[in-house]
Design a binder for this molecule. Structure first.
Ligand SMILES: C[S@@+](CC[C@H](N)C(=O)[O-])C[C@H]1O[C@@H](n2cnc3c(N)ncnc32)[C@H](O)[C@@H]1O
Length: 273
């Protein structure tokens, strides 16, 4: 058995969800338990290089893990990543390279949509429509804004594949110019700014997200009932003071203990459903 210590757990991270089975004792920002070698090596592989909310997770094992177990666990973890959360499950969807890498997995987009059912959602920077379609399938009326006309056409096409295009108004243009037009004070502003494929797993700040900065600078959250931002797991949450962070895990077998992204509620008048 190995005595295992994990540090860097921010208060809004559920240790059991992230760390998996084990009788975890949690104190402040750290947790410890005893695990057999293969389980300890598995955890080491999963947490290696991971920062959540801008804080790096630390892993220690006593006695140290044998190298062979570490190597085997890393290979298994790399293989497991292939069984990740599914993007769109329906055939006939259209995605360019950026649309593909930035697509919110269907199950997660739908779960998020269900929290806003019945409300109007302005999805500023909608990409190929992963979230807009999730909101619409959950019964929201959606305004989908995208600066790239071709990607917006893909979003419309994909919404047709899912039978929800009539619930979505498609607007080509800049996030701020489009989102400022919404006159419904109960509406939800949803922002999923691009992170790129090579996003920094160690920590990212506001400066990496010009679209988000421009929306905040224009004071748009004050016009909406709630503003929700989707950001990479490593986002330094302290750079959005007063926001409430939440870790969203994957749903595929290989993803269920992996934080796929953070949701930050930047400002809210009517609550987060
Ligand atoms: C991460 S992707 C959105 C992915 C989408 N949530 C999904 O699940 O399919 C971000 C999108 O925002 C668009 N974008 C970036 N800056 C923008 C801006 N200032 N105004 C409008 N769209 C913008 C990009 O072209 C990109 O398609």
């Amino acid at each position: 058995m190995h005595r295992v210590f994990v540090s860097g757990l921010l208060p809004w991270i559920e240790p059991a969800r992230l760390l998996g089975p084990g009788h975890w004792s949690v104190e402040a920002r750290s947790a410890h338990t005893e695990l057999p070698t293969h389980a300890a090596a598995d955890l080491d592989a999963r947490l290696r290089g991971v920062s959540i909310g801008g804080t790096a997770l630390g892993f220690e094992s006593q006695p140290p893990l044998p190298r062979t177990a570490v190597r085997a666990a890393r290979t298994t973890d790399a293989r497991r990543r292939r069984d990740g959360s599914v993007g769109f499950s329906r055939a006939g969807v259209r995605l360019d390279d950026e649309g593909k890498v930035s697509l919110t997995p269907e199950a997660l987009a739908l779960a998020l949509g269900e929290r806003f059912a019945g409300r109007t959602v302005v999805d500023a920077g909608c990409g190929a429509g992963g979230n807009s379609i999730g909101f619409a399938r959950a019964g929201c009326r959606v305004v989908a804004i995208e600066r790239d006309a071709r990607r917006l056409a893909d979003a419309r096409h994909n919404a047709n594949v899912y039978g929800v295009a009539s619930q979505i108004e498609f607007v080509v243009g800049e996030a701020v110019a489009g989102a400022i037009r919404c006159a419904d004070p109960e509406a939800v502003l949803f922002l999923d700014p691009p992170w790129g494929v090579d996003w920094d797993r160690g920590g990212m700040g506001l400066a990496a997200f010009p679209m988000l900065e421009s929306v905040l600078a224009a004071g748009l959250p004050a016009r909406y009932g709630a503003t929700v931002v989707k950001l990479p797991p490593s986002f330094r949450v302290g750079e959005l003071p007063g926001s409430r962070p939440e870790a969203v895990y994957g749903v595929g077998g290989g993803d269920s203990r992996r934080v796929k992204f953070l949701l930050l509620v930047v400002a809210t008048r009517t609550g987060f459903g």
